[in-house]
Design a protein around this ligand. Sequence first.
Ligand code: PXG
Length: 295
Amino acid sequence: MRNRKLQIYIDGKFYSKRDAKVSVFDHGLLYGDGVFEGIRIYNGRIFRFDEHLDRLYASAKAIMLKVPLARPDMSRATVETCRRNGLRDGYIRLLVTRGVGNLGLSPSKCPKASVIIIADTIELYPPEVYHRGMRVITTGTWRMPNAVLSPAVKSLNYLNNIMARIEASNAGADEGLMLNAQGYVAECTGDNIFTLKGNLLQTPPISAGALGGITRAVAMDLAAGLGLKMREAEMTRYDIFAADECFLTGTAAEIVPVVWLDGRQIGNGKPGPITTEMMRRYRELTQREGTPIYE
Ligand code: PXG
């Protein structure tokens, strides 16, 4: 029902879902040239909105994309899009594309970037995934090296991750673990990864090919509150096989347990107590923090 009334922001105007369209000459479509964010709305508030805007503008800067809206205007446009769609819980997809150009690669013929804001409800993982934990396989597709395109840039070109996601699906797994070109763990196709061994929580550094996940940062804060030691360290698959607990973090997934990797059970094969407590604390946090949409 809501979809029929969806109001989508494109460059300062609102369109119905039917009429919300971009040009076939937009380099976002032609080349995946652009950046984006996926942001959650909980309880009438935009969760970690500033952090998402920071990352969006940093990604844009890294690819020399001039965002046509100043940050306060981007913030206002996003809040307005949420309001128009009457959302109290949902998902925001914020895109900045290189805009309309010609058929050449060069963005020099794209005079103006485009901003698209979609705010809608979100399809979540089924609850049983959180109860039983995820099964993950290591994909043959590596996370692209920094010298190819920094994995810290949240660009519209997700083919690297999509190829890995297809491999995981074909293998009947819930997610795919991606290694970097040196063979170290980078992240999953749309989530960061953490292991717990004793009192030590570890996650790969950004330099290993991990996106600077907003949920990753929240998980690090929660770990401190639980008295855990936190370390960003080069990790191999061994660290996951030998871990007591393992979980993934992402805006869509939140915190989700991993109980199996490449045929090895992790810990006792059930979501661990620390993971479960972190999931609880994360959910509690999302209910009370964020930028208010209505008032
Ligand atoms: N790594 C990658 C490669 C991602 O795309 C994360 C980590 C987690 O970051 P945040 O900031 O969300 O904690 C992401 C998240 C999906 C999906 O459908 C995931 C993301 C974007 C769009 C869709 O799983 N990015």
